[in-house]
Design a protein around this ligand. Sequence first.
Ligand code: GLU
Length: 457
Amino acid sequence: MTVTVRFAPSPTGRIHIGNARTALFNWLFAQKNKGRFIQRFDDTDVARSRQEYADGTLYDLHWLGIFQDATEYQSKRFDLYDAAVEKLKAAGLLYPCYETPEELDLRRKIRRTRGLPPVYGREALALSPEQVAEFEADGRKPHWRFLLPNFASDPQEPQRTEIHWNDLVRGEETVDLASLSDPVLVREDGTYLYTLPSVVDDIDMGITHVIRGDDHVTNTGVQMAIFRALGAEAPVFGHHNLLTTVSGEGLSKRTGALSIEGLRDSGIEPMAVASLAVLVGTSENVQAITTMAELGEHFDLAATSKSASKFDPDELLVLNRALLHRMPFSEARDRLFLLGVSDERAEPFWMAVRGNLDRLGDAEAWWRIVVDGPKEKPEFSDEDIAFLRTAFDLLPEGPWGASVWKDWTNAVKKATERKGKALFMPLRLALTGLESGPELADLLPLLGREGTLARRP
Ligand code: GLU
């Protein structure tokens, strides 16, 4: 059977690094097993879902290097869910309930004071046809609950019923169905909660492995029961830990915090995001991995920690620098072109500046310095001006070879008796306007003799 996975966010906001992590786990799993990756949008909540968020999610995934084999929208699949509802109703496994949230709340409180678990007591199963008719006459619409298989013959007498699975991340897992309320699958207004459509789709799309956050562990117990009720075998499950901010808060699509879009806009490279997302909270060191194929070799679901992982955005910059420092020109060329770095100096320029970049976009400022000179004219003491004039008068004639910087500074050293910082800092300032930056030996040939002389104070 072809390994088939899905990434199933609801398009209610742009995806953040935690969502991307789920997508990456699924993607790398599919790649490793030569499988398929389905992009499924859980947009049954029509009011909150937006096409622009779905489009944005696809853009973000492609930017990261994740490419779907198929794209599905739950909002286009209601017929299938309706058919599943009919099947469950016919089997007596979906029953109508008329309680209001206030009634349910009161019942929970009463159960608690009696020392009973605060689960739904299946009172609706005992409604007589007359009571139902009365509710309907009052205009009350039912919500529908799935009857969990946690009893021998009397639903009012639930007994411990363990559902087991061997989790790809967590190992042996057990959920006791008697500890749960019968889940609501369909709301009063006929809309679907996530639970049933997800199972219907997993069956219909031939999903073999469900890899998702560990906030779904309990759902899995319920959903495995629904798979069975629909006559299907449940897929293999893997529940990874969730990311939190450094202060321990969860990430949310709604706040837009650490969105992939925001990280991209701030100049973070996709492989910096992917490296951190996949390696954080594993036994592996977090390091900058250059390609998705290589990241796949470091990917091991079973090595992911079982408790939440703290995530520090500052680490992204460290990884970003590491990626840029060794990025070949071939990879940077097109992006440099868009920044205006386009003449024959582009490649030596890249090799000169890449080691100094936090973000690729920072190359633009360096290019402007190479082409136009320092952004602001540096201020020099009279002494330094005299030194610099002597130095510039000693600039070697062309054509320049590879050793021009060395030849020049040796000559300046001899003539002025300056050395070290006293020699180099005024030169650096005159040439670039900045106190630090790429090796001047690499920059000088880019400026050329004329460009260099133009910087003479
Ligand atoms: N839409 C669900 C979520 O974002 C999908 C969970 C799942 O993968 O089954 O939490």
